[in-house]
Design a protein around this ligand. Structure first.
Ligand SMILES: C[S@@+](CC[C@H](N)C(=O)[O-])C[C@H]1O[C@@H](n2cnc3c(N)ncnc32)[C@H](O)[C@@H]1O
Length: 335
């Protein structure tokens, strides 16, 4: 099962995608229309309820195991950075007892179809059923293990989740109910974060998003998240360091002067190209306490150093071999 997104696995050479996306990305209005027409322009596999469920459960399990703040766990506020085409975390957050789920992106890409909401609920119900049958841990999927951990941790109970499922299923308009009571969808990126009150969020998470935050804004975004999250609150982030053209290191072939232009930023494959050690350092500079949960690494460099731009050629091996990283960032309770 794929929990991470790094571009569609189409057998198209990276440089063809590069050219097509660069050209089409500069057409006015293309950013709104193209994702509907071509999968290579979509922000993640958001139409798949199992993907959405599993991503949420992995992040929520990390929160449930690490939260050290003062809020009642049944009344937490969640912030998802970069939901892309899905508001699934609004629905799942509600089912797991969150009072509010704020979703911040840089464009209004997502909507919640009733049919999708009901499929998402079904997928959670079936996982709940399997998990409650209490099979040996080894027989559970990663998502089943996460659900089991959450239920064992006491953040919410299977009974409470079922009650909320019943409430939601009875609604004629699930999205309408969630927008009125739970979801706070904002789409002005850093500006949206700046408008959120201090210490108002207990859990922030992102899935394949932080690598897309503009280089010029990255440290400000991390500082804003730190300000918004309550002491003892938790950040859970999956960062995809692969290029979003061929899941390799092709993005490191280019100079900063070319890469940091509006043309590349609008292309859909823009990543800020920060590597593992830089990302961790910037989290720490913003005040976060960081630990690496897991990491996916290449066995050897997917692209030889000589093909990289000189700016990246001397980077440590450890940085270049890291394809993706799951980080747990906590806000200390006392500074
Ligand atoms: C690859 S998509 C991932 C979408 C979703 N998280 C998923 O797993 O399917 C990256 C998302 O990050 C968003 N993004 C980029 N810069 C952002 C920023 N500064 N603040 C919030 N979201 C941002 C993009 O608009 C896009 O929706």
């Amino acid at each position: 099962m794929r929990l991470e997104y790094s571009g569609m696995p189409l057998p198209i050479p990276w440089y063809v995608k590069f050219g097509v996306k660069l050209a089409l990305g500069s057409v006015p209005g293309a950013k709104q229309c193209l994702p509907k027409l071509l999968p290579i322009f979509r922000h993640g596999p958001a139409g798949d309820p199992v993907y959405c469920r599993d991503v949420f459960l992995a992040h929520f399990a990390r929160f449930a195991a690490s939260y050290a703040g003062a809020a009642n766990r049944n009344e937490i506020h969640i912030l998802e950075m970069g939901p892309g085409y899905s508001l699934a975390s609004g629905l799942l957050g509600y089912l797991f007892g969150a009072k509010r789920v704020c979703l911040v992106d840089v464009g209004k890409y997502a909507a919640m179809e009733d049919e999708f909401a009901r499929r998402l609920i079904d997928r959670l119900e079936s996982l709940l059923k399997t998990t409650e049958e209490n099979p040996p841990a080894a027989d559970l999927s990663p998502a089943g293990s996460h659900l089991k951990e959450i239920l064992a941790g006491g953040t919410t109970s299977a009974k409470a989740i079922r009650q909320r499922i019943t409430t939601l299923k009875a609604k004629a308009d699930i999205a309408g109910f969630l927008f009125e009571n739970v979801i706070d969808y904002r789409f002005e990126g850093l500006q949206s974060l700046r408008r959120l009150p201090d210490a108002s969020i207990q859990m922030v998470f992102s899935q394949a998003v932080l690598e897309h935050v503009a280089r010029s804004e990255f440290s400000q975004v991390l500082s804003e998240l730190y300000r918004i999250v309550e002491a003892g609150g938790v950040g859970s982030h999956v960062i995809d360091f692969k290029d979003h053209l061929g899941a390799s290191l092709n993005s490191l072939r280019f100079s900063e002067r070319f890469w940091e232009t509006g043309l590349v930023y609008r292309s859909g494959f823009y990543t800020n190209r920060y590597r593992k050690s830089q990302a961790i350092e910037m989290f720490e500079s913003a005040g976060w306490q960081v630990s690496v949960v897991s990491e996916k690494r290449w066995d050897c460099l997917p692209l030889s150093r000589s093909r990289l731009h000189e700016h990246f050629q001397k980077l440590p091996e450890d940085d270049l071999l890291c394809g993706s990283l799951t980080l747990l960032a906590t806000k200390p309770t006392s500074v």
